[in-house]
Design a protein around this ligand. Structure first.
Ligand code: FAD
Length: 455
């Protein structure tokens, strides 16, 4: 039976693995982290998945618990809402919350990952070993086969407590899923993504509104852009793999340029490296993984994308993985027995991970399609009026997911009721400010039970 003295092995020094190692070290454990890549603090690695990402309340809370929020926020750019770019005409701003205090933050993935690794090592209890690829796992025994990619040698880790934070293609999950009674449902989105760059303007100025997430919604596809500290924006083009407008249809520089000229003329003018970047950078896949179990006895546990990869459209994958660390830490504080803590962790987190996975897929449709719809804009306006008129009584799905820590499952359910109220009130309305507040009060008090959130 593993104890406080047990060897803890974290597989994967990505965002979640690095933060988890730090949490475990603070509980007094000695932790070895095995990472298949080289040390990104010493070598420039190829641009991989998303250069920047949005961190919101759940992720920031996880950093706050280990004293890292303040430093992270120094490198973050607040995004107060979405700026919608139509093909022609005026830009439209849609705030994310009731006021500017409710915002999400754009942060460099590379910076955050390096920062977390360094902070984990600084505890003196964490050693991160690079170019160590786990090729095989025996979850019930806490055993791993590890290939040293620098030397080509293989070694065995035995009797460890293993935390699988090796991302959406997790080798630890695959081993866990090969056991009897397990299930795994992996759904690849019919869209891929490609990253493009809007460089800084003269003197490092931002060439578009800095404090916003920019969206070019075009029905079945879209372009988005998030700001970076250096004045640039990282754009992500989400396109179907196949079809009339797809990665398959954009095979030549001429086709690409014509497509951008027609659909994203303002963005095209700001992306000088369009052709070079589009044809040289990898096209990313997106997958939703729902699997069970997440643990094997007291020896192995999955966290982060390894347990629950989701599509990126709610900006919650990392936030959810960071929340995993908070929840596991709280359980280990009450219950040092790994087996019981792992079982309870899965019971608490699985339903919430499934809920955010479903909301993330739904949000793809909202972002690429509805954000351009005048009806949707009106409803968003009504939602904002209600958030301000009924503080503590009316909540929206987006605010619950991004600006609170209520369980995702609850955000899903309550958000659906709140959305129904907004639709009813907006039905025959021309302007959000004309919403009937007496009727709103009746609907809200009749259908939504106020609840207090723990801070
Ligand atoms: P990863 O970040 O994938 O890290 C896994 C680590 O394990 C890697 O370092 C990898 O090298 C290592 N590894 C893998 N296999 C092995 C092995 N066999 N042996 C040893 N090491 C191994 N989330 C947000 O919260 N906000 C956002 O705005 C956001 N935007 C996104 C945009 C895009 C385009 C994408 C694709 C994702 C986005 N996400 C976002 C999701 C977020 O990137 C993930 O949820 C997060 O990276 C998960 O962290 P992780 O540590 O679980 O996995």
């Amino acid at each position: 039976m593993p104890s406080n003295e047990s060897k803890l092995t974290v597989v994967g020094a990505g965002l979640v693995g690095s933060l988890l190692a730090l949490y475990l070290a603070r509980r007094g454990h000695t932790v070895e982290v095995l990472e298949r890549r080289a040390d990104m603090r010493r070598e420039t690695l190829d641009a991989g998945r998303s250069i920047n990402l949005a961190i919101s309340t759940r992720g920031l809370h996880a950093l706050r618990q280990v004293g890292l929020e303040e430093e992270a926020l120094k490198h973050a750019i607040p995004m107060r809402g979405r700026v919608i770019h139509p093909v022609k005409g005026e830009l439209a701003f849609q705030p994310y919350g009731k006021d500017d205090s409710q915002h999400i933050n754009s942060l460099s993935r590379g910076w955050l990952n390096k920062f977390l690794m360094t902070q984990a090592e600084a505890t003196g209890r964490v050693s991160i070993r690079f170019q160590q690829r786990v090729t095989r796992a025996d979850p019930a025994a806490g055993a791993l086969t590890v290939l040293d990619e620098a030397t080509g040698e293989t070694r065995e880790v035995r009797d460890a407590v293993v935390f699988g934070t090796d991302g959406s293609g997790s080798a630890v999950r695959q081993a866990l899923q090969s056991q009897a009674g397990s299930q795994s449902d992996s759904e690849t989105l019919g869209h891929g993504y490609k990253e493009l760059t809007i460089p800084p303007g003269e003197g490092g100025r931002f060439q578009m509104e800095k404090h916003a997430l920019h969206i070019w919604p075009r029905g079945t596809y879209m372009l988005i852009a998030l700001p970076n500290e250096d004045g640039s924006f990282t754009c992500t083009l989400f396109l179907p793999w196949e079809g009339p407008v797809s990665f398959a249809s954009l095979q030549t520089p001429a086709a690409l340029e014509a497509f951008f000229q027609e659909q994203f003329p303002d963005a095209k003018a700001l992306i000088p490296g369009l052709v070079e970047e589009f044809f040289s950078r990898p096209t990313g896949h997106m997958v939703t993984v729902k699997c069970a179990p997440w643990h094997a006895g007291e020896r192995t546990l999955l966290l982060g994308d390894a347990a629950h990869a989701i599509v990126p459209f709610y900006g919650q994958g990392m936030n959810c993985g960071f929340e995993d660390c908070v929840v596991l830490d709280a359980l280990l504080a009450k219950q040092p027995d790994f087996g019981q803590a792992f079982r309870e962790f899965e019971r608490l987190r699985k339903t919430n991970a499934d809920a955010i996975a479903d909301m993330a897929v739904e949000n793809f449709i909202e972002m690429r399609d509805s954000t351009a719809d005048p009806r949707f804009l009106l409803e968003k306006g009504v939602e904002k009026v209600l958030l301000n008129a009924f503080p503590g009584e009316f909540v929206s799905r987006y605010t619950l997911v991004s600006f609170s820590r209520v369980p995702y499952r609850l955000a899903y359910g309550v958000g659906a009721i709140a959305g129904g109220i907004v639709s009813e009130l907006a039905k025959d309305l021309k302007r959000p400010e004309d919403v009937d507040l007496d009727r709103a009060a009746k609907l809200i008090r009749g259908r939504l039970t106020p609840f207090m959130e723990e801070h």
